[in-house]
Ligand binder design. Structure first.
Ligand code: NDP
Length: 293
């Protein structure tokens, strides 16, 4: 069997188009332009690229973005004071504090300081807590996990009643994806670095989401024929034939697993583009919440 390709790039483009159209419509109706504040502390080069890409995407859909680049030695008090200022600023609908923060800063305290209705990254402990509770809904869902769910739904996977296996339990991907799958009525097993018999557990998955950062870790023999596979992992592997000397691969051995899966998301071009699309959607949602506040 040759798996159906889950094209995150196309889905993300469609969502960006929808957000852009909704923003144009808002402006025609005399409503405010959505605003996003990005807060970057320190000089992490990957974080700089992520923030730049987010700002660029905002500009493309008509979201006003304001970037705060703070020095590495910023104190907890200074950072929380900035968050409070942004909480009070009506032109800012979403506040995104780029993670990871430098080690001397208390991430949880900073995330907790963000107004719940501006938490477009969805990492406020209350939003995550609501994800874990039956009958409660978070104001925002974290972007990468939300993107995984959109891709699964669009792939035609039957989520309710499915056995889902999530590889990874990080705060930003694995755990919230697992919680979302439970909310969508899947039966979920979470695999981490201490899990025994990983291939056997993976073989039980109708839906498999991988977020461990281990290149081509999941092999064809581990995957149930007809499974739906969402690969979040982004790993660099040496490739002398590539222009940069490396190429990007996921956590799944894509070529061989596509012989057995029903559908699979590629790396790159799968979950990656969805993260920013979901951030734009969350920021629009934040502006809509402010309309009704
Ligand atoms: P973390 O390093 O925070 O978490 C990795 C998780 O995988 C941990 O729970 C860890 O277990 C588990 N793990 C690691 N190695 C193994 C192993 N050999 N067997 C079983 N479990 C293992 O990573 P993130 O969640 O931040 O990211 C995961 C991947 O997703 C990365 O490749 C990252 O680049 C990518 N990513 C992609 C995004 C996108 O597409 N937009 C966004 C965010 C991340 P334990 O908890 O026991 O340590």
């Amino acid at each position: 069997m040759k798996a159906k390709l889950i094209d995150g790039k196309a889905t993300a483009e469609r969502i960006r188009g929808e957000v852009k159209q909704a923003i144009n419509q808002r402006l025609l109706e005399g409503k405010s332009q959505p605003g996003l504040a990005t807060v970057l502390v320190g000089e992490n080069p990957a974080s700089k690229v992520y923030v730049r890409n987010k700002q660029k995407a905002c500009a493309e859909v008509g979201i006003h973005s304001v970037g705060y680049n703070l020095p590495e030695e910023t104190s907890q008090e200074e950072l929380e004071a900035l968050v409070r200022t942004l909480n009070a600023d009506p032109a800012i609908n979403g506040i995104l504090v780029q993670l990871p923060l430098p080690k001397h800063l208390d991430e949880e305290k900073v995330l907790t300081a963000i107004d719940l209705t501006k938490d477009v990254d969805g990492f406020h402990p209350v939003n995550i807590g609501r994800l874990a509770q039956k009958g409660r809904e978070p104001v925002f869902v974290p972007c990468t996990p939300a993107g995984c769910m959109v891709l699964l739904e669009e792939s035609g996977a039957q989520i309710s009643g499915a056995n889902a296996v999530v590889l990874g339990r990080s705060n930003i991907v694995g755990m919230p994806v697992a919680l979302l799958l439970v909310k969508a009525d899947a039966t979920v097993t979470i695999v981490h670095s201490r899990t025994k018999n990983i291939p056997e557990i993976v073989r039980s998955a109708d839906i498999l989401v991988t977020a461990i950062g281990q290149p081509e870790f999941v092999k064809k023999e581990w995957v149930k024929p007809g499974a739906y596979v969402i690969d979040v992992g982004i790993n660099q592997v040496d490739d002398p034939n590539a222009k940069r000397g490396y190429r990007l691969v996921g956590d799944v051995a894509f070529d061989e697993v596509s012989e057995v899966a029903a559908a699979i998301s590629p790396v790159p071009g799968g979950v990656g583009p969805m993260t920013i699309a979901m951030l734009l959607r969350n920021t629009l949602h934040a502006a809509q919440l402010a309309d009704n506040a």
